[in-house]
Design a protein around this ligand. Sequence first.
Ligand code: NAD
Length: 377
Amino acid sequence: MTQLLDTPQSRTKSPTLQMEKIPVKGYEQVFRVTDKKTGLQAIIAIHDTTLGPALGGTRVYPYTSFNEALEDVLRLSRGMTYKAALAEVGFGGGKSVIIADPKKEKTPALLMSFGAAVEKLTGTYICAEDAGFTLEDARIVRRATQYIVGLPQEKSSGDPSAFTAWGTFRGLQSIAKKLFGSDSLEGRTLAVQGLGSVGAYLLDHLFWAGAELVISDVDTAKAEKFSAKYRAKVVAPDQILKTECDILIPCAMGGIVNDQTLPQFRCRAIAGCANNQLLRDSHATALRGKGILYAPDFIINAGGLLNVAAELEEQGYHPALPRYKSHHLYDTLLAIYEIAEKNGESTHAAALALAEYRLKYLIGKRVIPPVFHHSPD
Ligand code: NAD
């Protein structure tokens, strides 16, 4: 296994590492990152650092083309800017993608050359866990850069999924409050798409809240396991979005609200943790036209961001802070529903406008630089 010594010199020393700037309108900095020696092909997108350093996960995925990867990282990094602005964490929006099959091509050498690229940005961008990038990968990347969060260490925050799930649960309660006048989810039919890290925690909250659960996952063994545990009805992956329910809860992939799916929805609301649920911003208006209440994804799923941001506090990580803040995503969402209703616009448009307002007037801008408490293993 390739080892890099943890000195400032060695952290940035990687002779074959190339970082080429790609000009993209509306983005502060976008880099194409390659390393011939390790086979690394990655993109780091820094969308906006008005309120603080760009923070956002690293996705490892076998994109079929560079442009597909670029489109994904641009959308995700922009979403992080809005998520961070509304969560008031004093961070900006960034994201990175590594073009590789996480099961076959993710070697320690490749991860460390990615870490060296992050280190070269001297803290303008801070990376974290995302799809295809595990806590073990974070440990390896930490050997090459300090600018990483979510490590399984003391004073570090570890897996954010439980916090994302709690924020999502509170978001579902906000939907119930708006639609039915009470936070209670008891007896409501909830359809959950995706039973992964977040979905699994969320199911537990929903079961104990007394909801009637309909679930689906492409991994059918997982769906059956949860069906037995929570007395949930399992439907096939191509049926879950069409399921008649009170709330549809997307917890798998993005783009599930699109021209094909819109006519099929038979729910009163859509609220889940998946990133980029709307294929295009205009799909939010279409949902409103159909009378479907939508919880903007970049608010309801901010629990994970709140958790990793907490470890960069001066005093180091304590779960009480992200737990408290995730709990109150409920209030932000209720406020957004009210603003949207008053302005006659979609909840997505209302959320974007509030985020833009905070960016314009520097509301929640970071004053104290983030403190990195972790050390390489
Ligand atoms: P995960 O990879 O652990 O789980 C995703 C699950 O969805 C898997 O079980 C997978 O088999 C299933 N799936 C994939 N395609 C499906 C389909 N078509 N139908 C049904 N199931 C399908 O991911 P996760 O960490 O649970 O995150 C879920 C979503 O939430 C992602 O969009 C992620 O970007 C977003 N998110 C996660 C966090 C976090 O803290 N983990 C934070 C913010 C946002």
